[in-house]
Ligand binder design. Structure first.
Ligand SMILES: C[S@@+](CC[C@H](N)C(=O)[O-])C[C@H]1O[C@@H](n2cnc3c(N)ncnc32)[C@H](O)[C@@H]1O
Length: 250
């Protein structure tokens, strides 16, 4: 079941309007957080348009797309062939819920718009896989809409969540805290969230445990100005910051 109409080229490339819209905003965040060198595994690459764009604007990194869906795998291969970038590999067949992943390791893992359009077990499997594959300083970046402190961050996200659940009762916008609560047992740690355009929180950036000497604790206090133009965003941020203390894995 597709949530948008994809256009298809004769050579098998699929084109997603949403990927074309959000790829630059996502790339801008990834460029800030990804390592200076190494291999980035993308999980649930969809059409493949994101990975070829990221490879173009971040040529210092090697990119490994992956997918579980046959039409998407054909599309990714076609995009990789047409763009002919030396730093993008052919896609791997990868379903996150498989016990074995067809790759031994990666320096970073990204997953865009996957965990809300799949059962919760896929989100858990993504975290488990990241925990297995990533080095201690590795990074998992998850992009998508999230609820924060039990609340949708916009009316459009609430409507989108209802649409997802009507299509498949196991799908739905995830709680940021539910994802971060899974992380410590896997020796992962929620590090940062980024606010993104179009009512999407970029999601979570999870890194391996920091050495004790590098850890520091920040106490926040906050309030929104009565005339703030972004009062909704301020309320969401304050609610998130006060929802519960971030815990380091023991
Ligand atoms: C909404 S699409 C997003 C595609 C692309 N990342 C984007 O943002 O344009 C969700 C993708 O997740 C993939 N997916 C769903 N469940 C998966 C799983 N268990 N393992 C790997 N990929 C999965 C689907 O095949 C689909 O291509």
């Amino acid at each position: 079941m597709r949530l948008e109409d994809l256009s298809a080229s004769d050579d098998g490339r699929l084109a997603s309007p949403s990927a074309a819209r959000n790829r630059e905003a996502i790339a801008a965040v990834l460029a800030q957080v990804l390592p200076e060198a190494g291999l980035v595994l993308e999980v649930g690459s969809g059409t493949g348009e994101h990975v070829v764009h990221f490879a173009r604007v971040m040529p210092h990194l090697a990119w490994q797309p992956s997918e579980q869906d046959a039409a998407c795998l054909r599309s990714i291969s076609a995009w990789v062939a047409v763009e002919a970038q030396a730093n993008v590999r052919q896609p791997l067949v990868l379903d996150v819920t498989d016990a074995q992943w067809p790759i031994a390791g990666a320096d970073a893992i990204i997953s865009i718009n996957m965990i809300h359009i799949a059962p919760w077990s896929a989100a858990q499997a993504l975290l488990r896989g990241a925990s297995r594959l990533l080095p201690a300083d590795g990074l998992l970046c998850v992009y998508g809409p999230f609820r924060v402190a039990g609340e949708h961050t916009s009316a459009s996200n609430r409507a989108f969540d209802a649409q997802l659940r009507a299509i498949n009762s196991e799908w739905g916008v995830r709680d940021l805290e539910a994802v971060s609560n899974e992380a410590p047992a896997l020796k992962l740690d929620l590090e940062r969230t980024f606010q993104m355009p179009a009512n999407n929180l970029k999601g979570i950036q999870i890194v391996g445990p920091l050495p004790a000497g590098l850890q520091h604790i920040t106490i926040f206090s906050g309030g929104a100005h009565a005339e703030s133009k972004e009062s909704d965003a301020a309320r969401v941020l304050i609610t998130f910051l006060t929802a519960r203390p971030l815990r380091r894995p023991s």
